[in-house]
Design a protein around this ligand. Sequence first.
Ligand code: SAH
Ligand code: F3S
Length: 483
Amino acid sequence: MYSKKQHYKDPNLYNGETLDVQHLKNDGKKMYIESYGCQMNFSDSEIVASILGEAGYATTRDLKEADLVLVNTCSIREKAEQTVRNRLEQFNGVKKSNPNLKVGVLGCMAERLKSKFLEEEKIVDLVAGPDAYKDLPNLVKEIEEGRDAVNVILSKEETYGDIRPVRLQSNGVTAFVSITRGCDNMCTFCVVPFTRGRERSRDPKSILKEMKDLADKGYKEVTLLGQNVDSYLWYGGGPKKDFRKASDLQKKTAITFDKLLDMAASEQPNMRIRFSTSNPQDMTVDVLYVMRKHKNICNYIHLPVQSGSDRVLKAMNRQHTRAEYIELIDHIRTILPDCGISQDMISGFPNETEEDHQETLSLMEYVKYDFGFMFMYSERPGTPAAKKLKDNIPENVKKRRLQEVVTRQQRHGLYRTQKFVGQTVEVLIEKESKKSKKHWSGRNQQNTVVVFPKENFKIGDFVNVQIEDCTSATLIGKAVSHG
Ligand code: SAH
Ligand code: F3S
């Protein structure tokens, strides 16, 4: 899921917010790290904080006391890149008053632009791509000695499974645990396969260990993260596409996503488990049965579709049709009747006709998503769409279609939240409500935000809340008992 403030609010995203001070082994140096874009970037920043912590850098949330600024960047749309460039401008100002300050760029823009970054943005001293973070201690040493440092080598193996992330910006209740890296899907509009490399899965043992560590520390919910979690496949390490070369034993004992989910839910029965993102072509009914079997796996599926038109789905190289997607939705509704479902949509993909757009609206009408993340098509350099298709839908048409999609989603959001009014839902308290100091904010299983009066409850409590009112995105209620 990616942040786009004007269309939705995702409680998991803190775009551009800074991170907590950590008390790690520290020889006096401090770094300040800022993350943009998807949940994976936020999770990666926790890995970076761990790696650099070991190398003597504590993290600070005060830019003024930082020796090193790191920006974990997003390339998914042009606007995401522009946001980062504007932020780098601001760091340039800070550098004037602190000439020793070093600036590093991490994440997808680092991978996409490589050493070009050093020429384009004079302020940048260090560039490290998503698979190069273990090299950061060396890279930092280089820049401390006055040389520029770049590592953008993509790996087929690296999962950071052996790194214990430093929990940054944490409420002590919910955490991300990454299970796969990279993506092999090659949707024609998407830059991720180029910036994050080939898909590979993390050793289930290290995933389960990280979950246990979190449970021991009092965490109550984890979100298993990957670009395409349903494609998870552990056969001893290495890229997913090399599975066909695996031994018979490896093939027989391979662990798929439904199995991983089953193991995770059984081992941590008191922890809520979520996962993101599901790709329709790879999601199996086995996963749905595992969700039904375990009460602690949240009944919520983020199931991006991008378009309701077969013609556009094909041009996007999505590996399923509209009918197959609807079939999957029907399976979800049958096996998990109260499951929340959310979408990602792109308006204005090259050659999208009015009829294609209407197909998107009619698919939305069929599913009536709980919420969604909706974007205008943004051409990304180097992607198959950029190479082969002209970005030919005028901006005003893209905007109008996006607005129609957003309006439709708001209507469906309200339809879904209204259904909760009168019901009692289990909520995990995550934080104080942004709008009122007297209210807690948390989410129900379906990932809808619920606010209610604090009473004597505290962050991390599971509470049964009777829903009395709603907006299109929020449920408002009153606690009736501990969950
Ligand atoms: N599997 C991923 C999807 C990554 S991209 C995940 O974990 O979420 C997230 C969303 O951004 C996509 O589903 C798509 O809706 C949107 N997106 C990706 N590339 C885009 C582009 N070039 N223009 C507009 N939106 C895009
Ligand atoms: Fe991108 Fe498609 Fe993978 S949207 S992240 S190429 S599933």
